[in-house]
Design a binder for this molecule. Structure first.
Ligand SMILES: *Cc1c(COP(=O)(O)O)cnc(C)c1O
Length: 515
């Protein structure tokens, strides 16, 4: 028997739990107890907490079996541990629909072994960023949950995006019956390609709105709309209910656990890792969703050594891991890695919950301090639990230099987010001399950030705009550009709305024709 924070681990299949379901608690209230489908539908707990599994399951297969599994089989094995109230057939159907022809690689999340490192490429889905790994399945999970809960109301997905979530969520929910989706993005805080991807979105049920603010403003605005009781009532009267496609939704987080197992399996198959040996992971981090999924995989029993959290110049997490103080009151930087330009990393709350021994009172206090004062400090006990993490950051210069070096020395073209991870990994190795085989998580295609990538390699060319530089990136990669990128050049723009941060609620009301 293993022990996790004083609790017994259990095996996760329904039958192994004696037919018992996994329940989700709130990080801020011990009394809350929801099934997976309820948690997926709600997104966020009523009092503002995030849903967390009541206990983390133990992986239900051996490592020997792991290396035999396809992505889809593995996805079922992992997700069935967490989504225990979804029928086996239904879950398999969701997985089948999510991970198929819409990905441009048969392995879904292929590993690229290069002279400069092993990259787990998570950008082979329809919108060319890692958000597709979860957002291609979330709509299916949500529809399944809606049926299971006999929820008759139409689901309104509210999403704040730092650039990639928005498009991936739009793509996933466009024309899905019984849903509408509204996306808020920082008007001036995303790349030109990211913006075009969103503003050309088709689908009767989609709405895209630029806000005059940054991602944190968008995320805070969305959370406020969620907890607005008066609005909830009006919404209910009109037959609507809100949910979230952000990584605060457990239906986004759990599908992300899968690819860490898959990455391990491919490292073994490629001869980069011995079966059973530990592997480090380095994750370019913003909202802390991706790396939290790696932490869950580790807690489930996957041999992961260090969890290396890579930040850009918005290095609030780097400071947190090094000092135990989280301080969001600081200058906000717009960087070459806009999807990580975040000062309030929502999913950190889940980690705090786990390392505090599931102390909901403590978490409520810390989150209240963050909201009112902009900062909090964790106890020495909690700080001690963070030893499995390493926090690093890359500045803008280091990011661009990494793109150039890896391109020139290994003929591998990284996007700026992946480059942040790479640069932090280099610093980590230098500082610690740790030579453990390491998985570098590659989160976006370089096609989404053409001007940053080209300016890193050949600053002379970088004067042109993002769209003109697509050909240059195609030239570097030496392969034809994805059709999704080609289409962008000619697609009509169908979303032009812009609002002030204070006007977000009004925009929602107007779109849904609420009074
Ligand atoms: C969202 C995103 C990240 C950050 O992931 P989190 O789960 O928010 O930490 C990193 N890179 C890219 C390309 C992204 O889209």
């Amino acid at each position: 028997m293993h022990r996790c924070q004083g609790k017994l681990w259990y095996n996760c299949r329904n039958k192994d739990r004696g037919g018992e379901w996994m329940y989700y608690q709130s990080t801020r209230n011990k009394e809350v107890k929801q099934t997976a489908t309820e948690a997926i539908l709600k997104g966020l707990s009523k009092e503002g907490g995030l849903f967390v599994p009541d206990q983390l399951p133990k992986m239900p297969f051996t490592l020997e079996r792991l290396v035999e599994m396809t992505y889809q089989t593995l996805a079922y094995e992992v997700m069935s541990c967490f989504f225990t109230d979804i029928e086996e057939e239904d879950l398999k159907t969701c997985i089948h629909k999510a991970y198929g022809e819409n990905f441009d690689h048969p392995h879904i999340a292929p590993l690229k072994v290069t002279k400069k490192g092993c990259f787990l490429e998570l950008f082979h889905g329809p919108t060319l960023a890692f958000k597709d790994m979860a957002l291609s399945i979330l709509p299916h999970l949500m529809i399944t949950s809606k049926k299971a809960a006999q929820e008759a109301r139409e689901i309104v997905i509210l999403t704040a995006t730092s650039g990639d979530t928005g498009k991936a969520a739009l793509e996933g929910f466009a024309d899905v019956e019984g849903t509408k989706i509204i996306v808020f993005f920082p008007e001036e805080g995303v790349s030109a390609i990211q913006k075009r991807q969103m503003t050309t979105q088709e689908g009767e049920n989609t709405k895209v709105i630029g806000i005059k603010g940054n991602f944190d403003d968008a995320q805070t605005g969305v959370k406020q709309i969620f907890s607005n009781k008066a609005l909830e009532e009006v919404l209910n009267d009109q037959g609507y209910v809100f949910s979230s496609a952000n990584s605060i939704n457990i239906g986004r987080l759990i599908p992300q656990v899968v690819y860490y197992f898959y990455g391990y399996s491919q490292m073994v198959k490629e001869g980069e890792l011995e079966l059973g040996a530990a592997m480090n992971v380095v994750v370019p981090t913003g909202n802390f969703g991706n790396i939290l999924a790696a932490y869950y995989a580790k807690q489930m029993g996957l041999p992961i050594g260090k969890l290396i959290c890579a930040s850009n110049e918005n290095k609030v997490l780097y400071d947190f891991f090094n000092t135990g103080t989280y301080d969001s009151k600081r200058a906000f930087h717009v960087t070459h890695s806009p999807s990580m330009d975040i000062l309030i990393s929502s999913n950190l709350e889940r980690l705090l919950y786990h390392i505090s021994g599931e102390d909901t009172v403590c978490i409520s206090t810390l989150m209240e301090a963050l909201k009112t004062k902009g900062h909090y400090t964790i106890s020495p006990y909690m700080k001690k639990q963070l030893e499995g993490f390493y926090g690093g950051y890359a500045n803008e210069e280091g990011t661009l230099k990494a793109i150039k070096t890896v391109y020139e020395e290994a003929q591998y073209l990284m996007d700026p987010h992946t480059a942040v991870a790479y640069d932090v990994y280099e610093t980590y190795k230098e500082q610690t001399k740790d030579e453990t085989p390491t998985l570098i998580v590659s989160t976006a295609s370089p096609y989404k950030f053409t001007s940053s990538v080209v300016s890193a390699i050949d600053p002379q060319l970088a004067k042109e705009d993002d769209f003109q530089l697509i050909d240059q990136v195609e030239h570097y990669l030496g392969a034809p550009m994805p059709t999704k990128i080609k289409e962008l050049l000619t697609k009509p723009i169908c979303h032009t709305a812009i609002c002030e941060v204070e006007g977000m609620e009004q925009s929602v009301r107007a779109y849904l024709k609420l009074s």
